[in-house]
Structure formats: structure tokens, C-alpha cells
Design a protein. Structure first.
Length: 454
């Protein structure tokens, strides 16, 4: 049994003082008790550690390489995507594993306990399947064995190059699977996860309405009936226009009319929705998987968070392209986008909870749902996914409750995170991942040639 004692902790019912948390040998929280004498590992401020709800790990190696304007004066998401396809066409399995391990390590150091990996890099360059169709999925799992992070693996189905069913183009050919291949990939991914601790989980991800057929939206989720279902939707105006022309409705509108979207689903981005789509999707119980740093980088637009949360919508946050892995910054960027659009301040605060409190708890709860993981709260029975903030930090000193959360999110950064546990595994200690000295050099070796050729 592991015991943690916190001066203050954010529990489901609110802030509590002198909290003792006992972690069982199974990695779950066995007991939570407030107003207890100090005993065990002593910390300042204890929080549930959320899931990182959307990640493409390999894109971490592109950080800083795509900020020059290309030959097209209208540089955009679509020109960035062409660069991304050219980059990934050189990645081999060893490089993918090394990159994923670094990404997961940085997620943990930022305060996340879980990596929800939207995994679509399946084949060798040119689209040739590996002898083991699950080779790349196995490499993501192997990275999780190195980093210790909780993993929800989402094998991605990607069949077409657009809504008209055209073949996959150059760069996309490493993603494609037929329905039969995809079912095999799910089985191989399930086998890869079996080597990890019991908190690892499998879901499924039909990539987008552009990349799968309508009947895939019934067939794919049935392959993992107990797992989450993730899909990109309404990220770019050109995507909305293409779907509307092909299917006769906007993407979210079409999903609501033709698919049984419910609380298994996590829809990624949702930055191009009309008010009626926002409110209708919120009512389904699905999670909006938001990636504010990446959405800002790629010009995706601004998610209507005020309307969504006002309608009872659930959110999670993720680092997507992984050009910057920073939990506090994702939450800050999300709120600042609302302020800029609406000329307001503290746009997502409520009379009961500050902005930071509302956003953080929503991300913990929605992230757990999106990951299909029993976490996101400090309560008996939940996985012991926990993070600690350094109350000795000059900006956090003397701060308590909501004000401490606001200070971290709006005035600080993730250097305030000192410790993180994932399912009871104490992986970040004194602000540093326990395997950093092996993971970071392996990443540097793996990407050295990639960056030289970029």
C-alpha cells in the first residue's frame, strides 16, 4: 500500500484539507480521508491527473519545422498536411517508438496520467503492410511500457482520400485499411495491450467523414464494444464544405441525424459548428476533444466553449500535434480564445467555481470518459491517477483552493508539477520523469537524421 498525505486536495465534493490517500497494490485508490495527521509521502496540493485525450505521437518530431511560409501565399492547414505527409514517409518503427516514449514522458511531466493515442500510422512507406499488421500499434504499446503512462490506444480506420471515395493519395497510403484489415488490426492491437498493466485500454477511431464510409460508423465501433469511439469532425471550413456537398448536411448535423452518437463518443476539434449543432451534440453526452494549442497553430478556428458548456457539454483536452505538450497552457488557451472572440473575461467561470476550477474538473471528467478509463477523480475505486503542484513555488505560496488552480493555469506553467502517478505508478518525482535519462537520448538519436533532412 502507498500512502500520500496532502495539505489540500481537490476531491469530487470539493477542496479538503489534510487528506490521506491510500493506493492499493492494484493501482486503484483504496481510501480517501480528510483531516488526518501527516503520514506517508507528503505533498502540498494534490489533484486528479487528467487524460491527454488526443495525440498523434509521431508529429512531436516535427516541432519547429513547419513555421516558414511555403510557396503558396495562402499557407494553411492543408499545406501543413502535405509537409506532414512528406515527413512521416521517412519514419520507421524504431523511430516511432522512441518518439512516442518521449511524448508520453512529456505528457506525464506536464501533469497528464494517460495518453489517448489516435493511431493511424499503420504501414511501411508506400503503404506496404508490415508482416505483423499490428507492428506500429505494438510500438506505441512498447513506448508505454517504457514511460509507464496509462494508455488508451485508438487504432484509426482510414479508407478514402475524400468523401467521393477516391483512393488514398501519397502520404496517406501508410494509413489505409480495408474493413477486413481493420478488424485484424483491432485484434493485433488488443494483443499488444495485453502485455501492459491492467489499466491499458482499447478504443476505435473512424478517422473522419471524409475518410470512412457511412456504414463504417456502425461496423467499427462494434469491433470494440466496451471502448471509446473517437473521430475528427468539423475542423476546417473546406472539410465542412466537402461533407455538405457529398452528404447533403454539415458534418455534425449529419452525425446527429444518421449516427447513434452517445457518451462513448469523443468528437475531436468541433471548431466549425453552428449553434444548433453545438447544442444538439452537447445533449448527446459525447465529449468534445479539444486541442487548443494545435487548433491555434493550424488555424482551425475557435470552439464555442461558452455555448457548449452552457448546454451541459463535456470536454477533454489533448496535445494533438504535440508541438507543445503543456496541460496548463491547453486550458489557458481554451479560455483565452473565448475571451478574444466574445470581448469578455473569465468567460467560462461560474458563480460557484473559478475559471481554472471549472475547466480543470471538466477536463478531468471528460478526459476519463474519452479514455474509457475509471479516473479523473480522487475517490475510492478509481485508478490512482494523481498530480501534485508545488506549493513552495513563489507564485503558489500561500494560495489555496480555486485560487491555486487559477494561478497554475493562468500565471504559471507545468514546471509547477512535481509528482505524477498513473494507476499508482510514481513516474514523475521532483518534476522529472524517472526514466528521462534513457528516453530523451533515445529520442535525440531517432530524430537526428529526420531533422537534418527536413
Amino acid at each position: 500500500m502507498t500512502r500520500i498525505w496532502a495539505e489540500q486536495a481537490l476531491l469530487p465534493e470539493g477542496w479538503a484539507q489534510d487528506v490521506r490517500v491510500t493506493i492499493g497494490p492494484d493501482g486503484r485508490i483504496a481510501e480517501v480521508a480528510a483531516h488526518r495527521p501527516a503520514q506517508g509521502h507528503r505533498v502540498g496540493l494534490l489533484l486528479p491527473a487528467p487524460a491527454n485525450a488526443h495525440s498523434h505521437a509521431f508529429q512531436r518530431a516535427m516541432a519547429g519545422l513547419t513555421e516558414s511560409r511555403g510557396p503558396d501565399a495562402a499557407d494553411s492547414f492543408w499545406s501543413w498536411r502535405r509537409l506532414m505527409y512528406a515527413f512521416l514517409d521517412r519514419l520507421d518503427p524504431d523511430q516511432v517508438q522512441a518518439i512516442a516514449a518521449l511524448v508520453q514522458m512529456e505528457m506525464l511531466e506536464a501533469g497528464y496520467a494517460t495518453n489517448v493515442e489516435f493511431h493511424y500510422l499503420h504501414h511501411a512507406p508506400g503503404g506496404r503492410p508490415y508482416d505483423d499488421l499490428g507492428e506500429m500499434a505494438g510500438r506505441i504499446a512498447a513506448a508505454a511500457a517504457q514511460s509507464g503512462i496509462g494508455l488508451t490506444l485508438l487504432p484509426v480506420q482510414y479508407r478514402f482520400g475524400g468523401c467521393d471515395g477516391r483512393p488514398l493519395g501519397p502520404g496517406q497510403d501508410r494509413f489505409g485499411t480495408t474493413p477486413r484489415q481493420f478488424a485484424d488490426l483491432i485484434d493485433r492491437s488488443r494483443a499488444a495491450l495485453a502485455a501492459l498493466p491492467g489499466d491499458a485500454h482499447l478504443g476505435v477511431a473512424p478517422h473522419s467523414l471524409r475518410a470512412v464510409a457511412p456504414d463504417d460508423l456502425e461496423r467499427a465501433p462494434a469491433l470494440v464494444p466496451d471502448g471509446p469511439v473517437h473521430m475528427h469532425v468539423a475542423e476546417q471550413l473546406a472539410e465542412v464544405d466537402e461533407v455538405q456537398a457529398a452528404l447533403g448536411a454539415r458534418p455534425v448535423e449529419w452525425l446527429l441525424d444518421n449516427t447513434a452518437v452517445d457518451d462513448r463518443w469523443c468528437l475531436i476539434h468541433c471548431t466549425r459548428m453552428q449553434p444548433y449543432e453545438t447544442e444538439g451534440l452537447a445533449r448527446t453526452g459525447a465529449v468534445a476533444g479539444l486541442c487548443p494549442i494545435t487548433e491555434s497553430s493550424l488555424g482551425d478556428g475557435i470552439f464555442d466553449g461558452v455555448r457548449w458548456m452552457g448546454a451541459g457539454g463535456r470536454i477533454a483536452v489533448g496535445s494533438d500535434s504535440n508541438i507543445r505538450i503543456a496541460l496548463s497552457e491547453e486550458l489557458r488557451t481554451l479560455d483565452y480564445s473565448q475571451r478574444l472572440r466574445d470581448n469578455s473575461r473569465a468567460a467560462l467561470a461560474t458563480p460557484a467555481h473559478s475559471t481554472g476550477r471549472r475547466l480543470f474538473q471538466a477536463a478531468c471528467q471528460g478526459g476519463a470518459q474519452a479514455a474509457g478509463r475509471d479516473s479523473g477523480r480522487i475517490a475510492p475505486g478509481a485508478w490512482a491517477d494523481l498530480a501534485v503542484l508545488d506549493t513552495g513555488h513563489i507564485d503558489l505560496a500561500g494560495q489555496r483552493g480555486d485560487r491555486a488552480l487559477d494561478t497554475w493555469i493562468f500565471a504559471g506553467d507545468d514546471r509547477m508539477v512535481t509528482d505524477v502517478w498513473a494507476a499508482g505508478r510514481h513516474l514523475v518525482q521532483q518534476g522529472r520523469h524517472i526514466a528521462r535519462d534513457s528516453i530523451a537520448p533515445a529520442y535525440a538519436r531517432a530524430v537526428s537524421n529526420l531533422r537534418e533532412d527536413a
